[in-house]
Design a protein around this ligand. Structure first.
Ligand SMILES: [Zn+2]
Length: 346
């Protein structure tokens, strides 16, 4: 793994997180707060039990944990708490900008009206920016496993109840058995509404799914997309058209789409000219953080401090952040690297 100096460099580096799920970011600390509100037969309330509950065993266990947390978010105040606290956890890692993938459909299904949901996330966003200096934007995603009904509802929320900070439209959940092309009309409406297209694809299936995401959903960035590495024509297309991949190495390992971290295709993709960004996906549930993912990326991509700064800058560049935020963050990263280089004694 990386030496301690790289770890501390990463900790202080301003970062942008482009692929992280709202509910999937609930840490044991946040879940403890939610369990205190809604005692649960399956989720322990004490910190020790919760740590154990969160210890990743396999993908089925991850789904159990994820759904247990989904079940604990029952009121508008729960949505607000979760959003604010997730932002706070990100800010602690010097994440200065994040595009949070939100699944409003599951919250509405649990009885929270979309108006209340929208108000809660916007309220939390403003409070987090004020208190912790982190800028948040939203990506509304279709939970693929819930089918067309969930897609119809999600695009409706995006069109009729769009929060101020909504910038993107996504598609998550399993890929197997959930063909991308069926959601073409929803993505077409989302793009007409000015939203960026950022579906997951090529995570657990092959490169054809990535082609589908590009051709049928107008993908501007690809969630995961690592299966592209097996298709040279696709790799060339992604590079030529500058379609970035949102890569989450630990997530890929945890869900076993990559058997060993050394086999991760991120380096081959980067070397072929594909724009890669590093992200954390569902960090507490995969026992990781964005900083830990940067450390893994440094190892896989053989990056030093300047390389890490470049990685962070790339994420800012391909984000959907307002231009003034991009300029500010690029400046922060450049200043930080310059300060690091002039520090005596290293
Ligand atoms: Zn994801």
């Amino acid at each position: 793994m990386t030496g301690p100096d790289l770890t501390s460099f990463i900790a202080g580096l301003s970062k942008a997180e482009l692929h992280v799920h709202h509910v999937g970011s609930a840490s044991p600390r946040i879940v403890a707060d939610l369990v205190a509100r809604h005692p649960s037969p399956t989720v322990p309330a004490d910190p020790e039990g919760l740590r154990e509950f969160f210890t990743f065993t396999d993908f089925a266990h991850f789904i159990d944990v994820y759904l247990a947390v989904v079940d604990l978010v029952r009121t508008q105040e729960d949505v607000r708490l979760l959003t604010y606290e997730v932002a706070k956890d990100l800010a602690t890692q010097q994440v200065r900008y994040a595009e949070l993938t939100m699944t409003p459909y599951t919250s509405v299904l649990r009885g929270i009206p979309i108006e209340a949901y929208t108000e809660a996330i916007e309220d939390a966003r403003r409070a987090a920016e004020r208190d912790h200096g982190i800028v948040l934007r939203w990506i509304y995603d279709i939970p693929g496993e819930a089918g067309l009904e969930s897609a119809d509802a999600t695009i409706r929320y995006a069109e009729r109840h769009a929060p101020d900070a909504l910038v993107g439209f996504g598609l998550g959940g399993p890929e197997i058995g959930v063909p991308r092309p069926q959601f073409a009309p929803h993505f077409s409406r989302a793009r007409a509404a000015g939203l960026h297209s950022v579906p997951h694809s090529g995570e657990s299936t092959g490169p054809d799914t990535v082609w589908d995401a590009i051709r049928d959903l107008g993908a501007e960035r690809i969630g995961h997309g690592i299966a592209a590495a097996t298709d040279p024509a696709l790799v060339a297309y992604l590079a030529e058209h500058r379609i970035p991949l949102e890569i989450s190495p630990t997530s890929n390992l945890a869900t076993r789409v990559v058997e060993r971290i050394e086999e991760h295709p991120v380096r081959a993709l980067r070397d072929a000219g594909v724009i890669v960004t590093i992200n954390s996906d569902d960090p507490p549930m995969f026992n990781t953080t964005l900083s830990a993912e940067y450390a893994t990326a440094a190892r896989l991509l053989d990056l030093d401090e300047a390389g890490l700064a470049e990685l962070a800058t790339t994420a800012v560049d391909v984000s959907f952040a307002p231009e003034d935020v991009k300029i500010r963050l690029r400046g922060e990263i450049a200043d930080y690297l310059a300060r690091f280089r002039t520090t005596p004694g290293r």
